[in-house]
Write a protein that binds this ligand. Structure first.
Ligand SMILES: NC(=O)c1ccc[n+]([C@@H]2O[C@H](COP(=O)([O-])OP(=O)(O)OC[C@H]3O[C@@H](n4cnc5c(N)ncnc54)[C@H](OP(=O)(O)O)[C@@H]3O)[C@@H](O)[C@H]2O)c1
Length: 298
């Protein structure tokens, strides 16, 4: 007989709005223990918050978000029911829900149990705690995909990371250094020493002067091989001037619009719509959306 409880404690989004009004702690939220093909049930030990969580809570209307629903994505835990997967009951895992599969099923990380496709979790090494693993999933996959999948960064190349002080940026610094690349970042001045400790080779304080102007005064030799925007679309100046400091063949990869600021997205409209033969910037520009998946698990 199953020992899985039928209900759990979970933070539930009941409305659109500020988390203090829109979230309720429910003690009788059903445990979704009936698995579809390819799904597992995980008993959650630790969960992490992403900035996207509270921003989407304020932005997305109820009918699109399927509220009431569990919230947040990143977690670590142990397998409660492996279903037809290759995981074993009790195995330590980490991973994340993603919007397309978890939204209709009302699953999320801020509860005691989560049901999700097995290919969105990975085994957790024994030297990584549940808290450490829960915090790494989306930010590390974002950094990993940007640098290695989309940016194809190679040993000996130089990457410029805009927003080196964000969590995605800090993970990107570490992944790039582990790959043997040189790393130049922008962040606010207070973060310089901690980023230098992570091994960054060059630093710009973006609060002092527009970033593109600072780089134009200190042109890299050779040019950067890759620019990764880990801060979210703000001003397009860094991209518009990039041919002067981004090597031919190099790409500009971005995490995309800052969900809290639609203005940043609008300022980028010419970038999305202007072909190079009409004066558009002669460097590829790419936005991507990470989906937790086992193949790219860091
Ligand atoms: N596309 C995707 O799949 C995906 C996945 C995850 C996250 N994201 C997005 O990636 C961004 C970072 O996420 P996160 O979780 O790492 O956020 P976070 O840790 O909260 O990062 C915020 C930090 O970004 C830095 N920042 C803000 N504006 C900046 C600017 N103009 N230039 C340089 N640095 C700036 C600030 O650091 P300072 O102290 O240095 O100012 C701030 O503390 C967010 O916009 C998020 O929505 C996208």
């Amino acid at each position: 007989m199953s020992t899985t409880p039928t209900v759990q404690q979970a933070w539930i989004a009941v409305a659109r709005g500020h988390p203090k009004d829109a979230l309720k702690l429910k003690k009788d939220w059903p445990v979704s223990s009936k698995l579809n093909k390819g799904e597992v049930l995980v008993k959650i030990e630790a969960a992490a918050l992403n900035p996207a969580g509270y921003k989407l809570l304020k932005l997305v209307p109820n009918f699109l978000a399927h509220r009431p629903t569990m919230v947040e994505a990143d977690f670590a835990g142990v397998i409660e029911d492996p279903g037809d997967s290759s995981f074993a009951k009790g195995e330590a895992v980490f991973g994340g829900t993603n919007f397309s599969t978890s939204n209709p099923t009302k699953q999320g990380a801020l509860g005691q149990y989560v049901r999700l496709p097995a290919d969105q979790i990975a085994s957790r090494p024994s030297n990584v705690s549940a808290i450490e693993a829960a915090g790494i999933n989306i930010v590390a996959q974002t950094a990993w995909e940007a640098l290695l999948v989309h940016g194809k960064l190679e040993e000996g190349q130089t990457v410029f990371i805009n927003g080196g002080g964000s969590e995605v940026g800090r993970l990107a610094v570490q992944i790039a250094k582990a790959k043997g690349a040189k790393v130049v970042v922008s962040a606010s001045g207070a973060k310089e020493s901690s980023l230098r400790e992570l091994g960054v080779d060059g630093f710009f304080d973006y609060t002092k002067e527009p970033l593109h102007q600072q780089i134009l005064k200190n042109l890299p030799e050779p040019k950067y091989h890759l620019i990764f925007d880990a801060a979210g679309l703000g001003t397009p100046d860094l991209y518009n001037h990039s041919p002067k400091y981004l090597a031919p063949g190099g790409s500009y990869i971005s995490v995309g619009p800052n969900i809290a600021s639609f203005g940043g997205f609008l300022r980028f409209l010419p970038v999305f719509t202007q072909p190079t033969w009409l004066g558009g910037v002669r460097r590829p520009f790419k936005i991507f959306m990470v989906q937790p998946n086992q193949k790219e698990a860091p």
